[in-house]
Design a protein around this ligand. Structure first.
Ligand code: PLP
Ligand code: COI
Length: 340
């Protein structure tokens, strides 16, 4: 096996030993299969290819200092996938099957779980695709659910360090009554151009405003938004953003600290009042924001004057990481030990 440079991993794909697969045929899920093939045979008229009948998830496994391997809130990912299935008419996968397959694929690829000291993690990517041939716009009758894993480093540059973001007004990632609340590929296709523009201009990521009024903060292409002020954790309430499990966890931690937690519309101008702001998600963890530019209005909202993450973002980040790594008490029962 090639030596893996654990400390310098990017957020990218690396071949591992196995993936796990499950087929839905004749109205029922089959038996879990272990596979070492990286490709999937597919009918050219499959609904996932033409009509975007596709969903994915993202979660992580952590090699902890006590030697165990933990997975974070996999039941939540399973339930969110079920919500996505209801949203785009795919059969729901039972939570237990999802958990069984996550556990299996992590164990099968144990040698790819990065060491604790490296700061890298094993990213787990479940994928559900409609596979039967349809030319009319209808849901598929057959589906393939699979999970692969790949060791990853930080999603945004520098890991836990501040980055600049930009509001893009010319693009929407999802419609107010569209698929933004589901984790479907189409939302990410819709974000590619704006993301490319943001990168070209030197920003870590693009932020979307609500598509209807272009007034309120939605989220960025791959993470939710939160702001901190007056001992309050504020995060957008919107019908077009993904319900982030990281954000849900941070809201709980903030509440545990006795902070006020507000899930509500955030007008763009309110950004000027936040003491700290961040992007949060499985891949992003917490990615503190140095400033957000609105190129159309010329406004710059600055959250970090010295270029360092703020105290509350730092506290939340350390606490969340310590729970994920089994270092601090997991009083809400968020982690599952998958390898003892
Ligand atoms: N928003 C979008 C668009 C995402 O792709 C993700 C990543 O999954 C998130 C938010 C964060 O969600 P979670 O914390 O469940 O990973
Ligand atoms: C995640 O945070 O898990 C994501 O899915 C973000 C991105 C890689 C799509």
């Amino acid at each position: 096996m090639q030596e893996i440079d654990w400390k310098n991993l990017s957020f990218g794909y690396m071949k591992t030993d196995y993936n796990v697969r499950l087929y839905y045929r004749d109205g029922k899920w089959g038996e879990i299969e272990i596979c070492s093939e990286e490709t999937i045979p597919m009918h050219m008229a499959a609904t996932c290819l033409h009509y975007g009948q596709e969903a994915f998830e993202g979660l992580k496994a952590y090699r902890c200092p006590d030697g165990k391997v933990r997975v974070f809130r996999m039941d939540e990912n399973a339930k969110r996938l079920q919500g996505t299935c209801r949203g785009i008419l795919m059969p729901e996968l039972p939570v237990e099957k999802f958990e069984e397959m996550v556990t299996k694929v992590v164990r099968l690829n144990e040698r790819f779980i990065p060491p604790y000291e490296s700061g890298a993690t094993l990213y787990i990517r479940p994928l559900l695709v409609g596979t039967s041939a349809q030319v009319g716009v209808h849901p598929s009758k057959e589906y393939l659910f699979l999970i692969f894993v790949t060791p990853v480093g930080p999603y945004f540059k520098g890991g836990f360090s501040t980055n600049p973001y930009v509001i893009v007004r010319e693009y929407d990632r999802s419609a107010p009554l569209g698929t933004g609340v589901y984790k479907v590929g189409g939302n990410y296709a819709a974000s590619l151009k704006a993301n490319d523009i943001a990168h070209q201009k030197g920003y870590a990521c693009e932020f979307y405003l609500d598509a209807k009024e272009k007034k309120y903060m939605d989220e960025c292409g791959a993470a939710n938004f939160f702001g901190i002020k007056n001992n309050t954790y504020v995060t957008p309430k919107s019908t077009s953003i993904l319900p982030s499990i990281t954000n849900k966890s941070l809201m709980q931690l903030a509440e545990d600290y006795g902070m006020k937690v507000e899930r509500r519309q955030i007008p763009e101008e309110e950004l000027a009042t936040f003491e700290e702001a961040g992007a949060c998600g499985t891949a992003a963890v917490i990615s503190p924001i140095s400033y957000i530019d609105d190129l159309d209005t010329g406004q710059r909202y600055t959250f970090s004057k010295d270029g360092k993450p703020g105290p509350m973002s730092t506290k939340l980040y350390n606490h969340l990481r310590n729970i994920q790594y089994g270092i601090e008490e997991d009083k809400h029962g968020w982690t599952t030990v998958v390898i003892e």
